[in-house]
Design a protein around this ligand. Structure first.
Ligand SMILES: [Mn+2]
Length: 436
């Protein structure tokens, strides 16, 4: 087999609107809006620098089926640059940009192969420097937004060909419940098709599901919400003489999303807490000086500061101040190293002597004992939650909303309720008060 190198990306979601973010300054919003395009620009540079022979893009090029004209023009521009370098691009459409929803106004250039929606067609990929045949690439697009058939099983190798085989599929392998179960299939289905590399798309979290054959989700190229944390990018894959594929991850994102845990333990007052938050923000600036960061702080641990957080709304106050400061940076076009705090999730609690309270003959003691018992028994949890929710269940809409509540969510309600109880009752029963 002739060694070659290709780039595998998916879920570009060009022209994502980031509509979920509120209270955001216009300058930051427009920077976010530009980020998917900027990540595409980096993809083109990586492809050229790494000297890849071709590129495969496994669906969801555009964020919405009614692809914006801007999205299309910017994509065309990127394709043109790749074409000038002789880099061929294979692509499929996914559930966000199905074939029937596109307002595609421009013809695809000759160096771009778009696979149709009927069956996985086969195409040949060539090595750039000498035009030798190196791989068979096969793919299938979404004809409409909802594909619920297992299309993976319709892939088959080119009869008689011993070339490296790459399959492009936009779908949900092994039922990831966090994403729509489109093109559902199992790892086993994929392995059985006899392909060498499954270039997947759809799940935005990067993962290597299998090594030989390689079954890989590169994830999206730019995180778009607090659910899409960590570095985002693409894989550059080297295939050697023996047909072994070695993927190497390349970061492409301009805006990095992250959730940071921040413990309030050992902090004695609000000022110390603010200092710690500011310290972490400086740390992030230092860690990622080239990127904009969007951060959610998860406040955890137990301590006196919890009272200020829970009762005085300290987190909201600090949040608006932090956002104001970063908005000023954005006005100066100082986007690199900008750290936008998206919010605080208060999951901390008051400093309590839990063991002592559990023994105590008091309302709080009884409440903690019930919590303890309920936490460790599914039946007890169901019973408690059902009786608490009874009045709400009489409303049909609420009933529907509540019917999809997971066990985990119920547990977190229970724990939150217990913490609120401790905060509210703790003061009354002589728990440590603020000293001032
Ligand atoms: Mn997607």
């Amino acid at each position: 087999m002739i060694p070659f190198r290709f780039l595998h990306a998916a879920d570009l979601h060009l022209d994502s609107r980031f509509s979920g973010l509120v209270h955001i300054s216009p300058a930051i919003r427009s920077y976010l809006r530009e980020s998917t395009f900027a990540a595409l620009g980096r993809l083109v540079r990586v492809a050229i620098q790494e000297n890849v022979d071709f590129i495969v893009i496994s669906g969801d090029v555009y964020d919405v089926s009614d692809a914006s004209l801007q999205g299309q023009l910017r994509f065309q521009e990127a394709l043109k640059e790749l074409g000038q370098q002789g880099i061929h691009v294979f692509l499929i459409h996914g559930n966000h940009d199905p074939l029937d929803g596109l307002r595609l106004t421009t013809e695809m250039p000759k160096h771009v192969t778009v696979f149709g929606g009927e069956r996985p067609d086969l195409a040949t990929a060539y090595r750039r420097k000498d035009g030798q045949e190196v791989a068979i690439v096969s793919g299938i697009s979404y004809p409409t937004a909802k594909v619920t058939d297992n299309t993976a099983v319709t892939f088959s190798r080119k009869p008689g060909s011993r070339l490296f085989h790459i399959a492009m599929l936009h779908g949900n392998v092994d039922g990831d419940l966090l994403h729509e179960t489109y093109s559902p299939c199992s790892r086993r289905d994929l392995i059985e098709r006899g392909y060498d590399y499954w270039a997947l798309g759809h799940i935005h979290k990067r993962s290597v599901l299998h090594e030989k054959p390689a079954i890989i989700y590169p994830g999206n190229i730019q995180g778009r919400s607090i659910k899409e944390t960590g570095p985002k990018g693409c894989y550059v894959v080297d295939v050697d003489e023996a047909g072994s594929a070695t993927p190497q991850f390349h970061e492409l994102d301009y805006v990095r999303w992250q959730v940071r845990d921040l413990s309030i333990e050992g902090l004695s007052n609000e000022a110390e807490w603010i200092q710690r938050v500011e310290q972490v923000i400086d740390d992030i600036r230092e860690e990622l000086p080239e990127l904009m960061s969007v951060v959610r702080f998860r406040l955890i641990g137990r301590g006196d500061v919890h009272k200020v957080l829970a009762e005085k709304g300290a987190a909201e106050d600090l949040l608006s101040e932090l956002q104001r400061r970063e908005a000023v940076r954005a006005e100066r076009k100082d986007y690199k190293g900008l750290v936008w705090v998206e919010g605080f999730a208060v999951e901390s609690g008051l400093a309590i002597d839990r063991e002592r309270l559990l023994e105590e003959d008091s309302f709080l003691g009884e409440m903690l004992r019930i919590t303890e018992r309920t936490e460790h028994s599914t039946e007890a949890l169901e019973e408690l939650i059902n009786s608490a929710l009874k009045p709400l269940m009489e409303n049909q809409e609420l009933r529907q909303l509540l019917s999809v509540t997971s066990q985990e969510e119920k547990l977190s309600w229970l724990r939150n309720a217990a913490e609120q109880g401790i905060t509210m009752l703790g003061g009354m029963e002589g728990a440590p008060e603020d000293e001032n």
